[in-house]
Design a protein around this ligand. Structure first.
Ligand SMILES: C[S@@+](CC[C@H](N)C(=O)[O-])C[C@H]1O[C@@H](n2cnc3c(N)ncnc32)[C@H](O)[C@@H]1O
Length: 280
């Protein structure tokens, strides 16, 4: 009798990990947006074909497309991203309907977008500059020694670097930016700083007295772990607007709010920081 290999139970850890990976992929920005737009257009074309003979077929098809987009918003947490997911299809319908340009040419719009936002920059924040007065007063009330070497991790066009330069004009400023185009422009805007094109997560943060991040809430856990792993005791991680996740029991060592809705949160690295940073 031939021995049969036991079938893997459907709920084995491998299956579970596979499912988690698939779920994570669908939530990874901008995957839900792209899939929402593609599926909305597919549903639009399908419904239009099916109900072609009826009056208002076009309207039903657009509504079906919008409803398809709405389903995808369930995978997205941020309000802005939900708007992008939901608004992409109706906007493209308006643009296509209001021009003689064939629908496929809108895909070309993705090329400049790709140049500005190469794949690695998608998971963290897109360009959203530090507002002019957000860091005002930071150096004045600073509880430690003035930082001598500062890194803006994901420096965009250099607005954060300018604000930091205003606070600590004698500090050596560095910026790292994933988008080559933004890094090039930031070099022109900020001749006082050294700006490199690269991945802030791959860069070494150990040489800096202060690392400044203005990313997304979801980036903060990674930033916190990296800062704790690489930065020296007594140095600082500073975040504009976003706190570390609630399961990291660590209140900021210093806070400032010069601009409503844009708190500056600062944590001092060191043994205390590591001891307190245990997850709940
Ligand atoms: C919200 S903007 C902040 C820009 C700048 N720090 C400021 O405050 O004005 C975030 C920037 O981080 C960049 N970015 C996102 N992920 C990155 C990564 N892995 N490495 C380097 N830059 C990244 C984005 O391209 C974007 O320019």
């Amino acid at each position: 009798m031939r021995s049969r290999r036991p079938a893997t139970p459907p709920s084995s850890p491998d299956d579970l990990h596979g499912l988690i990976r698939v779920a994570a992929f669908f939530r990874m920005w901008p995957v839900p947006a792209v899939l929402a737009w593609i599926s909305a257009w597919a549903v639009f074309v399908f419904v239009r074909l099916v109900v072609e003979t009826f009056e208002w077929s076009q309207v039903w098809a657009v509504l079906a497309g919008v409803a398809t987009g709405a389903v995808w918003t369930l995978l997205v947490a941020s309000r802005w991203r939900r708007l992008i997911v939901l608004g992409g299809f109706p906007l493209s319908v308006v643009l296509v309907a209001g021009s003689d340009v064939p629908a496929w040419t809108w895909a070309l719009a993705a090329v400049p977008l790709w140049l500005l936002y190469p794949k690695g920059a998608w998971r963290d924040a897109p360009l959203y500059p530090t507002p002019g007065n957000a860091l005002e007063g930071l150096a004045w009330g600073w509880p430690g020694d003035p930082p001598r070497r500062i890194l803006d991790a994901g420096c965009g066009l250099g607005h954060g670097l300018s604000a930091l330069h205003e606070q600590w004009p004698r500090a050596e400023l560095h910026g790292i930016e994933w988008s080559g185009m933004w890094a090039w422009l930031a070099r022109r805007r900020c001749p006082f700083a050294t700006i490199t094109r690269g991945d802030m997560w791959a860069a070494d943060w150990s040489a800096y007295d202060l690392v400044y991040v203005f990313q997304r809430p979801e980036s903060m856990e990674h930033a916190w772990d990296k800062a704790n792993a690489e930065m020296r005791p007594g140095t600082w991680l500073v975040s504009l607007e976003f706190n570390v996740p609630a399961d990291i029991r660590r209140v900021p060592d210093y806070q400032l709010q010069s601009r409503p809705g844009k708190p500056v949160l600062a944590w001092r690295m060191g043994p205390a920081s590591i001891a307190d940073s245990g997850r709940r």
